[in-house]
Design a protein around this ligand. Structure first.
Ligand code: FAD
Length: 378
């Protein structure tokens, strides 16, 4: 879409059912409710409980949250930690290159790390508790000219003017809408955990990335005394371990011989809190809306979208897709390429090149990515 003007989205939409109380679903609920729309969130989990993950937010994500709910970013800054240097190291611990992060100076927002569950809590606190329905697993929907009926496991149904599938990479709404099957295995396994921990090699304003032999380990301070570690290793099989103890010993085995603090931090992690997942992705698609149903976030593509205004629901959803497809495809393609190359045998040389390019600042890509103004549809 070439016009830079907002389009009326709310006309004809009074009630929106959002499937998934993840980051995308909650952010969308806040944004829609601020427009006076009755957005209700349906989540399959019985409770919103901490998951073993941390998250890094960059200026584009923070600007999106700021546009949706001013004040959120300040809460996140208080709860999280800001990165000033990313240290790229060999698996032995030898420093390859320190990459100074200047996003705050250039784009007015930092590189901010936070526990996934704190971010979810902060977003959930901006939605009335009675608009978040737990223990509701969506299994399908039917739509016609007058509305959409959403079906949940156990026989419950709800009716809405619009259905938003924000139910993640294994989205049930996507299967009913697009039906393109399971996501594809990217040939890598990941393990991650969050724990209260400190180590002399880990400073709150520094992220450490260690790389070598087709494996990577990232160590991030997520504020409040918590550290997030996240690893990936090439693996032909996407099979997962049968017990928590097996998961922990697999990680210790995968990273045996790595420089500190890798062994110390994995040893200090409670086995039950380590999350083991195959890495999946999906090839980009051009459309993820039909009639009164659309997708958002990982269900559609890997970035948080913004909704605008239009004369009809279909026109609004089409304008939402048009405003996101090119941007999300570039990011998906670039991520997939860097992700795959980061596990090659020469990952340290490749990542050093990426870091050096970043220091030279790849100005056009960085500007395009971080100067994004979520309140203007382009
Ligand atoms: C290892 C790892 C590290 C990452 N690091 C970063 C990072 O640093 N920065 C970043 O920006 N992104 C990161 N990401 C990606 C980020 O986590 C996702 O893009 C983001 O969580 C997607 O949000 P979402 O709301 O679309 O989906 P999700 O967060 O997956 O939320 C989906 C929600 O839907 C619920 N749900 C699923 N199915 C149903 C159903 N049938 N009915 C009802 N509810 C359902 C789920 O329980 C869940 O609560 C990372 C991802 C991984 C795997």
């Amino acid at each position: 879409m070439s016009e830079n003007k907002p389009v009326e989205f709310s006309r004809g939409v009074e009630k929106v059912a959002i499937i998934g109380a993840g980051l995308g679903g909650l952010a969308a609920a806040i944004a829609l409710r601020k427009q006076g729309i009755d957005a209700q969130v349906y989540e399959k989990a019985r409770e919103l409980r901490p998951v073993g993950a941390g998250l890094t937010l960059f200026p584009n994500g923070l600007n999106s949250l700021d546009a949706i709910e001013p004040g959120t970013v300040e809460s996140l800054k208080r709860a999280g930690s800001q990165t000033r240097v990313v240290n790229l190291k060999k698996s032995t611990g030898e420093l390859i290159i320190p990459n100074r992060i200047t996003l705050a100076e250039k784009y007015g927002q930092p590189m901010l790390n936070i526990r996934w569950s704190r971010l979810q809590e902060i977003l959930a606190s901006a939605v009335p508790a009675d608009a978040i329905h737990l223990n509701c697993r969506c299994i399908g929907f039917e739509q016609n000219d007058s509305g959409v009926e959403v079906f949940f496991e156990g026989g419950n149904t709800v009716r809405a003017d619009l259905l938003v599938g924000a139910d993640g990479i294994n989205s049930a709404v996507r299967q009913a809408l697009i039906g393109d099957g399971a996501p594809r295995y990217a040939g890598r396994m990941s393990w991650r955990a969050v724990l209260q921990y400190s180590h002399e090699l880990l400073s709150p304003d520094q992220v450490t990335i260690m790389t070598g032999g087709g494996k990577n380990m990232m160590l991030i301070d997520t504020g409040g005394g918590y550290i997030f570690w996240s690893t990936g290793a090439l693996s032909e099989e996407d099979s997962v371990c049968q017990s928590a103890a097996e998961v922990k010993s697999r990680v210790l085995q995968e990273f045996a011989g790595w420089g500190e603090p890798v062994r110390a931090i994995v040893e200090a992690t409670d086995a039950g809190s380590i999350v083991e997942r195959p890495i999946w992705d999906r090839p980009p698609v051009l459309n993820w809306s039909k009639g009164r149903v659309t997708l958002l976030g990982d269900a559609a593509h890997p970035v948080v979208p913004s909704l605008g205004h239009a004369p009809s629901i279909e026109a609004a959803l089409s304008s939402y897709e048009n405003s996101r497809t090119q941007r999300t495809q570039v990011i998906q393609a670039r991520s997939a390429f860097v992700g795959a190359r980061s596990y090659d045998a020469d990952s340290d040389t490749f990542l050093r090149g990426v870091a050096e390019q970043a220091q030279a600042s790849q100005p056009e890509f960085e500007d395009w990515l971080y100067r994004y103004n979520p309140s203007v549809i382009s």
